[in-house]
Design a protein around this ligand. Sequence first.
Ligand code: DUC
Ligand code: ZN
Ligand code: ZN
Length: 495
Amino acid sequence: MSDFDYDLVLRGGTLASAAEVFEADLGIRDGVIAAIGRGLRRGREEIDARGRIITPGGLDSHCHIEELGQDGTAQEESFASGSAAALAGGTTSFICFLPQWKGHSLAASAPGYAERARRSRADYSFHQIITDPTPEVLEREVPALVARGIRSLKVFLTYDPLRLTDGEFLQVLATARRLGAMVTVHCENFDAIGWRIQALLKAGLTDPLQHAWSRPPVVEREATHRAIALAELADQPIQVFHVSCEEAAAEIAAARARGVKVWGETCPQYVTLSHDDLRAPDFAGAKAVCSPALRDRAEHARIWRRIQDGTLDVVTSDHCGFSFATAKKAAGSSAYGTGAAVQRPDGTPAFNAIPNGVPGIETRMPVLFSEGVSKGRIDLPTFVRLSSANAAKLFGLAGRKGTLAPGADADLVLWDPDRETTITQSRLHHAIDYTPWEGMAIKGWPALTIRRGEVAMREGEVLAAPGSGRFLPRGPYALAAPSGRVPDGFDAAAV
Ligand code: DUC
Ligand code: ZN
Ligand code: ZN
C-alpha cells in the first residue's frame, strides 16, 4: 500500500466548472481526476493552488494544423509547434481537419496526415473535410472513419477547391444522419463572393480591407440560412462554424427556437478585431484577413450578446496560420484563398489572393478570459462552457474532457486571474511570424497547464514532449442524434 492516495494534489484552489465555482482540493491518480473535496489526503506531489482559479483544460474544436495541400505543401504550423502553443495558452486538446482533395478518395488525400498528428503534445481528434462526396466516399469510407472514432464531418459552402453544391451537402447530411456523426459548416455564399471580388478588382479596389467588402454579413447570413434549412430538411444536427455577425447568429437563434438541432461557434477575432485591423498600414491589414471577414467594431457587442444568450456557445480559435512575410505578403498557395494573384504596383497581392486565416490557438483562452471574465461580460462557468465543456458535449467527448469530475481526464489550467500582461509575438510558441493581437493588454493568464495529470506547461515553458498527445476516438452520443422530425413524415435520408 502506497503512502500516498494521489499522484498529485492541487491544494486550496478555486475550482470553476461549467456549473459552479467553489474552493476545494483536487486529487489526481493515473492521469484522471480521482477526488474533489476539502482536506484531501496526501499526494506524491502537491501544488499550492491558493489564489489560482482552476478550470478544465481548453478544448479547441476548430483549428487547422499542418494541413497538406494538393501541391505538396504543408501548413507551417506543425503538430509539434501548434500543440506547444495550445498548451502554453491552456488548451489541452484540439480537433483539427483531415483534408479531402477534390477528385481523390479520403484514403488517397493528404497521405500520412494522421501519422504526422502523432507528434502532438496535446490530445487531438479530427473532423473529416468532405469536398467530393462520391458514393465510394459516403458509403464506404465515411462509415469506416466513424468506426475508427472520427465522428464529425466538415463542409465548406465556399472556397473553390473545397465547396459543395447544395445537392452534395444534402448527401453529406444524410450520410451523417445514418451514422450518428456531427456536421460542421463554413457558411458563405461562393457565387456572391466571386461576383463582388470581380467588381472590386475592376474598380481598382485591392487593399486588405476590401477582403471584408467582398463578403459582407449578408453573404454569411444567406449561407447560414441555407445550411440550416437543408439540415432541417435532412433532420441532421449541425454546428455553424465561426459566426462573425448578428445576422447569421439570428438565423441560428430562430432555428433553435423552432427546435432545430443547430449550434453556433464564434472566435476571439470576431469580438476583438475589426475593419480597423484590416486598414493597418504597410499591408499589415493582411494579417487580419480571415473568413468570414472581420466586421465593423459595432458588431462586437452584438456577438457578445449572442454569446451571453447561449446562441453562440463554443469559442474556438479557427487557428489557421500563414506567416506575414512568407505567405500573406507573398500570396502563398492555399486552399483558403479566393483567387489568382493580381499583383499591385508595390508587389503585394490584391486582397483576394491573401491566404485566409489568423493564428490564435495560444491566445484563444487568455483573450476570452480577459475580455470575457475579467471585463465582467461572462462568469467563470460560462467561460468553461465556451472554452471546453460545450465543445466536449457537441463532439462526443463529454465526461472525458471539459469537466471537473472524478473519472474525467485530469486536464486542468491554473489561472492567475490578476496577472496583467501584454500579448506579444516574442512570447508565443506558434510557428507563425506574427499575432494579430500584438500589444493587447490582458488580465488573467495561465500559470500552469496539466494534461492527463502531468504538468505540460509551467509559466510559459512547455514541458510536454512531441508525441505525448493522444488521439481521442469518439463513440456515439446524444447530441449528434437526429431529432426524428422530418417533413411530411418522409425520411428521405433513410432511403
Ligand atoms: N477561414 C479562415 O480564415 N481560414 C481557414 C478556413 C476558414 O474557414
Ligand atoms: Zn471555415
Ligand atoms: Zn477553419
